[in-house]
Design a protein around this ligand. Structure first.
Ligand code: NAP
Ligand code: ZN
Length: 346
């Protein structure tokens, strides 16, 4: 099946319309007619070559929502007409200790990323900036009623990437949580942490988005460009989730943690980060990382968001505005996720 898509032809080149082939629907496959695809900063890192060489042409997109158009004969959990989602991963071995524990994203055999990855049949995966995808049913999520499709798409990456560390490090009543960077991931972290009952603080480069941050659920908002912020908030937080797409001064943020506090890095800048071990030793602090989340946890996150009336704040765009949207994301000028209306691809 040949379908319209938008692809980056080479590293750093603008995306352009193209046509790609989707495999025939196998026994355990689901054919999804994509309605919405979010633009994640990871798409931009990938096509700009920030993370090394890629199998160009690359069709990005791992925040996919659509409607099931066809299912293979072995599929029982999805039916034609269901509203479904696909995130950053479309396969894993399913047998290793990590997969069996529900951490498919850390599959010992390597999970298959939704785009620019090698699928089990040896082909290169192509993502959601296209009208249709064919995905193994086990990696397809149910989108609960009550979340609009455009607002649901970013949950498939930005939502689960922030939900997973907030859950794991116990965000909830009595916990002080700071979110660094109020972009796609950051604004989801604020909404989710607030819904979990934590006391949330936004740490943004400036105070430009303060009103939004407080509306999204934060109690406090500080500018990191103001050096007083770091003295004022020293030792304050139990958990800091760093969503910044560029390198940060790790020691400065570690100094904001209380004893036993954790700084979790989900931002994935191309630059190396370094730290002074005394920033950890002096207060038994931890510096951690986290990558997306497993399939069962992703479904839990979608159900949690539906229950709490949470979706992403989105700006829906036509496909011919993808390159402009990339520029705006790079300029931290996104409120708070661009989502492509894939009906404009055809
Ligand atoms: P985004 O929408 O661009 O948000 C990043 C935010 O970081 C910006 O809005 C800005 O917030 C802040 N920022 C950007 N440049 C900065 C700089 N030079 N100094 C200080 N702050 C800066 O990006 P995103 O889609 O949320 O993704 C964020 C990062 O997470 C990316 O590196 C992405 O690849 C990574 N990611 C990781 C995972 C994972 O599994 N770990 C999953 C998805 C994405 P303010 O304007 O508020 O300062
Ligand atoms: Zn992403």
């Amino acid at each position: 099946m040949n379908v319209p898509a938008y692809a980056a032809p080479a590293a750093g080149e603008p995306l352009a319309p193209t046509v790609i082939e989707r495999r025939a629907v196998g026994p355990n496959d689901v054919l999804i007619e994509v309605t919405h695809a979010g633009i994640c900063h990871s798409d931009i890192h990938t096509v700009n070559g920030d993370w090394g060489p890629q199998p160009f042409p690359v069709v990005p997109g791992h925040e996919i929502v659509g409607v099931v158009a066809e299912v293979g004969p072995a599929v029982t959990r999805h039916q034609v007409g269901d509203r479904v989602g696909v995130g950053c991963m479309v396969n894993s071995c399913g047998e290793c200790a990590n997969c069996l524990r529900g951490d498919e994203q850390y599959c010992l055999d390597g999970m298959v990323p939704t785009y620019a990855g090698t699928d089990r049949d040896g082909t290169t995966t192509q993502g959601g900036y296209s009208t249709h995808v064919v995905v193994d049913a086990d990696y397809v999520l149910r989108v609960p009623d009550g979340i609009d499709s455009a607002a649901a798409a970013p949950l498939l990456c930005a939502g689960i990437t922030t939900y997973a560390p907030l859950r794991r490090w116990g965000a909830g009543p009595g916990k002080r949580v700071a979110v660094v960077g109020l972009g796609g991931l950051g604004h989801m972290a604020v909404k989710i942490a607030a819904a979990m009952g934590a006391e949330v603080t936004v740490l943004s480069q400036s105070l430009k988005k303060q009103e939004d941050g407080l509306r999204l659920g934060a109690q406090h908002y500080h500018a990191t460009s103001d050096p007083d912020t770091f003295s004022q908030l020293a030792g304050r937080f139990d958990l800091i989730v760093n969503t910044v797409s560029a390198a940060i001064d790790v020691d400065a943020y570690l100094s904001l943690l209380a004893v036993d506090g954790t700084l979790v890095n989900v931002g994935a800048p191309p630059e190396q980060l370094s730290l002074d071990v005394f920033s950890l030793i002096g207060a038994r602090r931890s510096f951690a990382g986290s990558m997306i989340g497993g399939i069962a946890l992703t479904q839990e996150m979608l159900d949690f968001c539906a229950e709490h009336g949470i979706g992403a704040e989105v700006e829906v765009i036509a496909a011919d505005r993808i390159n402009d949207a990339y520029e705006r994301v790079l300029a931290s000028d996104v409120r708070y996720r661009f989502v492509i209306d894939t009906a404009t691809l055809g």
